[in-house]
Write a protein that binds this ligand. Structure first.
Ligand code: GAL
Length: 448
């Protein structure tokens, strides 16, 4: 049985996103870099893209937003493995910096519209893929690859459903990230005799105690507005429960519901406990506050784990602790990064060769321990993962799965763009009624 219950089915009803996904707009609701601006300040790794090989050579261009701390180590390990397997195929790492695709999504939209698709690109399973690029007719089905590799029973059915529509499979999931994680500094918690809060009441008690000690209770870095939306969706989940949260995306629950207002009030109260400079920091900068004890907690997807244990060399359950965000025990906000085969590319065989490695046990186990995510495959080598990874794999098997809004699965890019704007304004003015009306408007334009 599909553990997303109902939501997946409703995806097929979401029709309005194809256009908005291809509109070239910044999906994160900020002015953002235009494709040309991004091109003028490319991230280090995209330098590799400038040296195109002589015509006739085999190559695969991999487009993502995985650059910099906590993001690129997994990708590099995967590329390294691919190079070992396929030394004749040149890899072009065309990553565009910016968390959650802040800039990359706009660059991608521009390239897809201009008839210049990358060989393969990072895309979230769910609405972003199916109602976006697939509905727009920009992708090739890859059922043959799944059959040839024997993958149909190697990935959980829930995940295959997230990358399928119209009877075809459109991409290969490389990972499963969990979005509803509260990270905390162990030393700060231990020294103050605190336990990870499991409810919102406990959260505010802990936050008060920390504030009294002069420690910033909650770190936030919403320079890229998606980070605030990310926090808010976990509050929505903790307030509405898995069923109620899913119903928001199927239209069964209105944004005018009292529970949504309650979630907004809770989120607003949380804003009273964040670092003053939150609008100047990105997610890594916010995680760093927790790592060095200036702040006690933050809410972020488990790419933060990749950052803590990779770049910052911290150990799970020793230096940092983790728990489901308040009210979300037994729930799992699913974020899956996937890669597919765009239409009209020059060397589809090389892309399929890359997808084959990305979807293999070896590929997943090279990528995920560094990225902080768990493997999408069910038969990966558990011993390669730390205590956090092992526990998360177990949680995934039994938890109620819910699709992330901030990371493209729950709703269209059009809705997400507007939601990011609504939250961004709400963080500044705290006007609950205005936020409800903003969501309502976005839902009527983009959800049904
Ligand atoms: C998400 C993506 C993750 C991670 C994160 C921060 O959208 O799925 O893999 O990269 O953004 O950039």
């Amino acid at each position: 049985m599909n553990r997303f219950r109902g939501w997946m089915l409703s995806l097929t009803l979401i029709g309005s996103l194809a256009l908005s996904a291809c509109g070239g707009g910044n999906s994160n609701g900020q002015a953002g870099a235009s494709p040309s601006e991004s091109a003028s300040s490319p991230p280090a790794s995209s330098q590799e893209a400038s040296s195109a090989p002589p015509a006739g050579n085999k190559q695969v261009e991999i487009f993502s937003w995985w650059t910099g701390a906590g993001e690129e180590a997994g990708l590099k390990a995967l590329i390294q493995l691919f190079k070992e397997k396929e030394p004749d195929i040149e890899v072009i790492n065309a990553a565009v910096a910016g968390g959650a695709g802040t800039n990359a999504k706009a660059v991608l939209a521009s390239r897809m519209q201009g008839g210049d698709p990358p060989g393969t690109f990072q895309v979230h399973g769910g609405a972003e893929l199916n109602a976006g690029w697939v509905a727009a007719g920009k992708m090739e089905p890859i059922n043959d690859l799944y059959e040839a590799e024997g993958w149909t029973d190697k990935f959980p059915q829930d995940l295959i459903d997230m990358v399928s529509s119209d009877g075809s499979i459109w991409s290969v999931p490389v990972n499963i990230h969990r979005g509803n994680v509260l990270w905390y500094n162990k030393k700060v918690f231990d020294e103050n005799g605190l336990k990870a809060p499991t409810t919102f009441d406990e959260f505010f008690e802990v936050a008060e105690a920390l504030k009294a000690k002069g420690v910033t209770p909650l770190a936030l870095g919403d320079k890229e507005p998606w980070a605030a939306t990310h926090l808010f969706e976990t509050v929505l989940l903790g307030t509405l429960g898995a069923d109620g949260y899913r119903q928001l995306w199927t239209g069964e629950l209105s944004f005018e519901d009292a529970k949504v207002t309650e979630a907004l009030e809770t989120f607003k109260k949380m804003m009273g406990y964040v670092n003053e400079d939150h609008a100047a920091r990105n997610w890594q900068d916010a995680s760093q506050l927790v790592a060095n004890g200036e702040a006690a907690m933050n809410v972020m997807g488990d790419w933060a784990k990749g950052y803590f244990s990779g770049d910052l060399q911290l150990e799970a359950n020793v230096d940092f602790g983790y728990a489901p965000t308040p009210g979300t025990e037994g729930m799992f906000m699913v974020i899956t990064d996937t890669f597919g085969l765009p239409k009209g590319i020059s060397d589809p065989d090389s892309v399929k060769a890359f997808l084959k490695v990305l979807g293999s046990v070896e590929g997943q186990d090279a990528f995920n321990p560094l990225k902080g995510s768990i493997p999408a495959r069910t038969d990966a080598d558990v011993s390669k993962y730390d205590v956090y990874g092992k526990e998360t794999m177990e949680d995934f098997k039994s938890a109620a799965l819910t699709p992330s809004l901030a990371h493209g699965s729950a709703a269209s890019e059009g809705f997400l763009t507007q939601a990011n704007q609504v939250i961004n304004i709400f963080v500044t003015n705290g006007d609950v009624n205005q936020a409800v009306q903003g969501f309502k408007q976005a839902a009527s334009a983009e959800l049904n």
